[in-house]
Design a binder for this molecule. Structure first.
Ligand code: SF4
Length: 343
């Protein structure tokens, strides 16, 4: 499909065409990365943020949010809990918190790597390259840094920035040269976002050759400035559009790791995760942040509504994978480097 054809499908999805795209994506997924689903545990270590993104509940101007930071001990004990549940990747996530010191993350990464056989993904926002080099030396494996939209004008609007070049896109290229696997992605259906720019996002993710591609629907947060602009939303059905974009991403990037994002499961708690898996996704990233902190990492409304991860959550997840004909991965789930189609 070329650019114009994709735009046409996104604008006017008909059941037959959507079904065709989903089944092609599922077939590509099966042939390239198989039936395994990589389970990655997110630990949200701080909800402080120095930024003022208009869409995010963690933005520094949200005075209604109680803030927290986890101690090294709390992070390690949560990583241990995740490991005992069978998670083989720990995702350390936070707002852009300048009081999280370089040494702190270095120590956390070393301690986890010294004691647990897991991969570590860092999702800590924009930090200088030296920090990221030190964290790589300490043992971290992957970076998740979403560029949100390739449209620089929209990006500046949404994040309250005035950048001349897309800093996050440039950072991703630099982080790859350090040796990280790089993950990034977008939000679908923010106010002012056009279908055309979503297709540009799709091609940018391909051009960056991302190891992980995360696409999630925009969900408003009541205490953010963007909540007053909902009548400027162009994308009619962010959830359905997200699923089509997930499927197209799989077709364009056969070996990338593609999560069925949390936002999909917030919109549709029963089927959201599985719907993503049926459209080409092969990763699930449950939130293992302990209470009372988990409830405070409220990026968008409804994100924190699920209970703290426990045996029942784990059983439910494994059962739903089985029902979908998928199996939990037996590896850490680094991106497979092969050429498609397979010989
Ligand atoms: S999107 Fe990230 S950088 Fe922006 S306010 Fe939220 S946590 Fe901070």
């Amino acid at each position: 499909m070329n650019r114009d054809e994709i735009i046409k499908v996104l604008k006017n999805p008909n059941a037959e065409k959507t079904k065709e795209i989903f089944s092609l994506a599922d077939a590509v997924r099966k042939k390239s990365v198989g039936d395994e689903v990589h389970l990655r545990a997110i630990i949200e270590i701080s909800n402080y943020c120095k930024e003022s993104c208009l869409y995010c509940g963690l933005n520094k101007n949200n005075k209604n949010l109680k803030r927290y930071r986890l101690s090294e001990e709390e992070i390690f004990s949560t990583a241990l809990k995740a490991f005992n549940f069978g998670f083989q990747t720990i995702v350390i996530q936070s707002g852009e918190d300048p009081l999280i010191k370089t040494e702190f993350i270095e120590n956390v990464v070393k301690r986890i790597k010294d004691n647990l056989d897991v991969a570590i993904t860092l999702s800590l926002g924009e930090r200088n390259l030296d920090d990221y080099k030190r964290w790589k030396d300490a043992g971290s494996d992957r970076i998740l840094l979403k560029f949100e939209t390739s449209d620089l004008y929209l990006y500046n609007q949404l994040r309250g920035k005035n950048e001349k070049v897309h800093k996050r896109v440039e950072m991703l290229k630099e982080l790859r040269t350090i040796g990280y696997e790089i993950g990034s992605g977008i939000m679908v259906g923010t106010p002012f976002q056009s279908y055309e720019s979503l297709v540009d996002d799709l091609f940018l993710m391909k051009e960056l050759d991302l190891d992980m591609i995360a696409i999630g629907p925009y969900i408003p947060h009541k205490d953010t400035p963007l909540n007053d602009k909902l009548n400027s939303i162009v994308v009619k059905d962010p959830e359905a559009t997200t699923l089509i974009l997930v499927a197209l991403s799989r077709i364009l990037n056969p070996f990338a790791n593609i999560p069925s994002t949390t936002a999909l499961s917030v919109i549709d708690p029963k089927e959201g995760r599985i719907n993503g898996l049926k459209c080409g996704a092969n990763v699930i990233m449950p939130d293992l942040t302990p209470e009372p902190y988990k409830s405070l990492y409220e990026i968008y409304d409804g994100k924190t509504s699920s209970p703290e991860w426990n045996e029942i959550s784990q059983e439910n997840l494994l059962r739903s994978l089985k029902m979908a004909g998928r199996i939990p991965s037996s590896s850490k789930g680094s991106r497979i480097k092969k050429i498609y189609p397979l010989q």
